[in-house]
Design a protein around this ligand. Structure first.
Ligand code: AMP
Length: 415
C-alpha cells in the first residue's frame, strides 16, 4: 500500500470547510487593504533562496528540497513565499507601478523538517507583501492587517510580539556586542547555539532550549543599539500601533529565522507557549530587492501557516460554516423512473439547482438513507405511478413529510 510521503497529508473533503473558511477570510482582508493576488511557480532557481533567505539559516542549510533537473538546472521547491514574489516584482517591472505595490499569495511550501504536530514537510502559507516604501505607517498597516485577519477568524487569546533588529548600518555593531555577551556563556549553551554563535548569532536569542532561554533573557537588546533612523522608525511604528489600539508587546528575543529581515519584525502567537505555536510572522526586508539585483526598494510582509491556524480553530472549537451542498436528492424505482430521473436532474442543474442522483438499483430505503447522509434538504421520489401521472413525490428530509406534486411545479417548489 502506498502512503502519502512522511510530513505531507491529504486534505480530505471533511477538512475542506476549514480551508475555504480561511481562504475566504484572506481574500476579504486583501480586499479591505487593497492587496492583489500573485501566484509564482512552485520551484525556482536554487540561488534565489540561498541568496535571499541566507546561507547560514536552517532553511538553506538543512531544509530545502533541491535537485538538478534533466537539463542540469539547480532547482529548489519553494521553502518560503517572499523571495519568489520579489523575483516576480523585478522580472515584470512592477517597480514602474505606483508604490507600494501590494500583493498576496496562497501557496504550498516545502521544507525538509522533522515532522510533528504543526510542522510538516509540505504545508500551506498565505502571505501579504507591501513593496516599495519604508514609511512606518506601512509597517503598522501590515501588522494591523495580520491582526485583524486573525480577529475575523474568531480566534481568541492571541498575542502580538514586536521587535526591531536594525539595519545594515547599526546591526553589525549590535551583533558584535551580542557575540561578546555570549562569549562569556558558551559553556552553558546547547550544541546548536554553539555553532550558531559563529555563523548566525541573532538566532541564539530564539533558541527554545531552557538553558539557552535563560541566557537569552539577559542578553543585550537590539532596540538599545539602533541607529537614530531605525530608532525613529521603530518609535513611529509603535505609535501608529497604539493609534490603532493593537495590543502589542515588545519582545527583544524575537528575531525570525530568515536573514533578509531588517528593522521591524513581528509574530502572532497563541497564548499557550510551545515549540510549534507561532501562527504567523513577518517584518521588513529593506535590502532584499537590491540583493536580488533591483534598485534599493524597501518592503515588508507577513506570512502564516494554514495548517497551524486550523489546529487552533479546532482547539478553540470555533464554529466553521459548512460548505454548500446540493439541495436535492433524486430517488427512483424502476427503469422508466430512472429515465425520468436522469432528465429531471439535468433540467434542475441547468436552472442552477444542485442535484445528486441515485446511481444503481438500490432499494428506496437505501436511497433515502444515502440522501440523509449527504445532508440533502429534499428528496424527489419517482416511481412507476409518478411516471404515469406526470408527478413526483417531494420529501422534506428534516420533517420526513411528503406530498405528491405535478413534475412541472417542482422547480417552483424547490425555489
Ligand atoms: P516562517 O516562514 O518560518 O516564518 O513561517 C511562517 C508560518 O508558516 C509559521 O508561523 C507557521 O504558521 C507556518 N509554518 C512554518 N513552517 C511550517 C511547517 N514546517 N509546517 C507547518 N507550518 C509551518
Amino acid at each position: 500500500m502506498y502512503r502519502a510521503p512522511r510530513g505531507t497529508s491529504d486534505i480530505l473533503p471533511r477538512e475542506q470547510a476549514y480551508w475555504r473558511y480561511i481562504e475566504q477570510k484572506v481574500v476579504n482582508a486583501c480586499q479591505l487593504y487593497g492587496y492583489e493576488r500573485i501566484d509564482a511557480p512552485a520551484f525556482e532557481d536554487t540561488k534565489l533562496f540561498s541568496r535571499s533567505v541566507g546561507e547560514d539559516t536552517d532553511i538553506v542549510e538543512k531544509q530545502m528540497y533541491t535537485f538538478e533537473d534533466r537539463g542540469g538546472n539547480k532547482i529548489t521547491l519553494r521553502p518560503e513565499g517572499t523571495a519568489p514574489v520579489c523575483r516576480a516584482y523585478l522580472e515584470h517591472g512592477l517597480h514602474n507601478l505606483p508604490q507600494p505595490v501590494k500583493l498576496y499569495y496562497i501557496a504550498s511550501i516545502f521544507r525538509y523538517e522533522r515532522p510533528q504536530a504543526g510542522r510538516y514537510r509540505q504545508h500551506y502559507q498565505f502571505g501579504f507583501e507591501a513593496i516599495g516604501d519604508d514609511d512606518p505607517a506601512l509597517d503598522a498597516e501590515v501588522i494591523d492587517m495580520a491582526w485583524q485577519f486573525f480577529q475575523s477568524l474568531n480566534l481568541r487569546h492571541l498575542s502580538l510580539q514586536l521587535n526591531s533588529i536594525g539595519c545594515k548600518k547599526c546591526r553589525p555593531g549590535y551583533l558584535a556586542i551580542l557575540k561578546d555577551y555570549y562569549a562569556s556563556h558558551t559553556r552553558d549553551l546547547c550544541s546548536d547555539c554553539k555553532t550558531r554563535l559563529k555563523r548566525n548569532p541573532l538566532r541564539l536569542l530564539d533558541c527554545k532550549k531552557p538553558q539557552c532561554q535563560q541566557i537569552a533573557n539577559s542578553a543585550p537588546r537590539s532596540i538599545d543599539y539602533l541607529c537614530p533612523q531605525c530608532d525613529e522608525h521603530f518609535n513611529r511604528v509603535k505609535r501608529y500601533l497604539e493609534l490603532l489600539d493593537l495590543p502589542f508587546a515588545v519582545n527583544h528575543r524575537l528575531v525570525r529565522g530568515l536573514d533578509y529581515y531588517t528593522r521591524t519584525v513581528f509574530e502572532i502567537q497563541p497564548e499557550v507557549e510551545g515549540a510549534q505555536t507561532t501562527l504567523g510572522g513577518g517584518g521588513r526586508y529593506d535590502d532584499l530587492i537590491e540583493e536580488l539585483g533591483g534598485k534599493p526598494t524597501p518592503a515588508l510582509g507577513f506570512a502564516a501557516g494554514i495548517e497551524r491556524i486550523i489546529l487552533n480553530l479546532k482547539k478553540q472549537n470555533v464554529p466553521i460554516p459548512p460548505l454548500p451542498r446540493p439541495q436535492v436528492f433524486i430517488a427512483h424505482i424502476g427503469d422508466k423512473a430512472r429515465d425520468e430521473a436522469i432528465k429531471l436532474a439535468a433540467a434542475l442543474r441547468k436552472n442552477g439547482i444542485g442535484v445528486i442522483e441515485a446511481i444503481g438499483n438500490k432499494s428506496l430505503k437505501a436511497q433515502l438513507r444515502q440522501a440523509n447522509t449527504l445532508g440533502a434538504h429534499h428528496t424527489v421520489i419517482i416511481g412507476e405511478q409518478e411516471v404515469k401521472t406526470g408527478t413526483v413525490i417531494l420529501r422534506d428530509m428534516t420533517t420526513a413529510q411528503q406530498r405528491t406534486i405535478p413534475i412541472v411545479q417542482l422547480q417552483e417548489e424547490l425555489r
